[in-house]
Design a protein around this ligand. Structure first.
Ligand SMILES: O=C(O)CCC(=O)C(=O)O
Length: 296
């Protein structure tokens, strides 16, 4: 459950930190499976459906930016996703009908693990309304040195900044954008088992991992189920015909039901097009789209 103060904080600031959000059993099961998946990545030499590899990945030193779609890789993740405990945090923010957009486990390897440049998730997947958020579950302790999530509070109420460069969607803002107030950014640090929740429009990013410890955060992107995607570019519904899209939306319901009537609100929208050369993950979008780093 979230307290009234936590809910008000989220609404005002576009994020909230929830200490000790999971049971010890949920946490240890996911930690174990994550370590296993990282171990198995030693046999992989190119990014694939499961792994997004970071520069320098090898059989001796696995370096991943991401494990893709963890909720379909192992029940440890889906059990948490569909748990009443998680629903208790989400329902006050999203209402009773909740759909998963996607899941990802961002793993920053020690000594350099890639930055995520400043962006608003909404720029990647605009919907008919913005009751959309990302839950970030810390699978290990996160501190200032290992690449914590950073957010600029209250920017979910501001315009969507340009995420284009040289005429192409690059998945990141220009750090020189006069509307980017980097000095207002805060870091979300915490213990394994803590959780952050950030609004789809809040400006956020994270620096490279400059420590000798891994940084592992499991993200579930979730929304009020009456938010309908404006287009399928985010990969989730890409290439699906209408019946398959409907089926996929049903499959992704984590609580309640999928309404057929989208709730359409006056939200600012810019489409993530034209696409960059590689749109297979945020890391590839930002790299191939030529995003300018805000962490140099
Ligand atoms: O892993 C992180 O620090 C941030 C991830 C993120 O913002 C994203 O994948 O959209």
């Amino acid at each position: 459950m979230l307290s009234d103060e936590q809910i008000a904080f989220y609404r005002d600031n576009g994020y909230v930190h929830v200490p000790n959000a999971l049971t010890a059993q949920q946490l240890s099961a996911m930690q174990r499976v994550t370590d296993d998946l990282i171990e198995k990545s030693k046999g992989v030499s190119e990014s694939n459906d499961v792994y997004d590899l970071d520069e320098g990945h090898s059989a001796d030193t696995p370096r991943l930016t991401r494990i893709k779609l963890p909720h379909i890789r192992d029940a440890a993740f889906s059990d948490t996703l569909y748990s009443e405990r998680l629903a208790g945090f989400l329902i006050p923010l999203l209402g009773p009908n909740i759909r998963l957009h996607t899941s990802k486990l961002n793993t920053k390897a020690p000594g350099g693990g890639a930055a995520v440049e400043w962006h608003q998730d909404w720029a990647f997947y605009p919907h008919t309304n913005d009751d959309i958020l990302a839950v970030g579950i810390m699978l290990e302790d996160v501190d200032e040195a290992n690449g914590p999530l950073m957010v600029v509070p209250s920017t979910h109420k501001n315009p969507i900044l340009s995420h284009h460069r040289n005429g192409v969607f690059c998945g990141a803002i220009d750090p020189a954008d006069p509307l980017f107030e980097k000095d207002k950014a805060i870091t979300i640090t915490g213990k394994a088992g803590d959780m952050s929740i950030h609004h789809v429009r809040v400006l956020h990013g994270s620096a490279p991992n400059r420590s000798d410890r891994a940084r592992k955060i499991l993200f579930f992107e979730l929304m009020a189920a009456d938010a309908w995607p404006l287009m399928g570019v985010a990969g989730v519904y890409q290439g699906l015909d209408a019946p398959s899209m409907w089926e996929k939306m049903q499959e992704n319901i984590v609580h309640g039901q999928q309404p057929t009537a989208p709730r359409v609100e006056a939200v600012p929208v810019s489409m993530p097009l034209p696409p960059p050369a590689d749109a297979t993950s945020i890391f590839k979008v930002q790299r191939s789209g030529g995003a300018i780093s805000g962490f140099d």
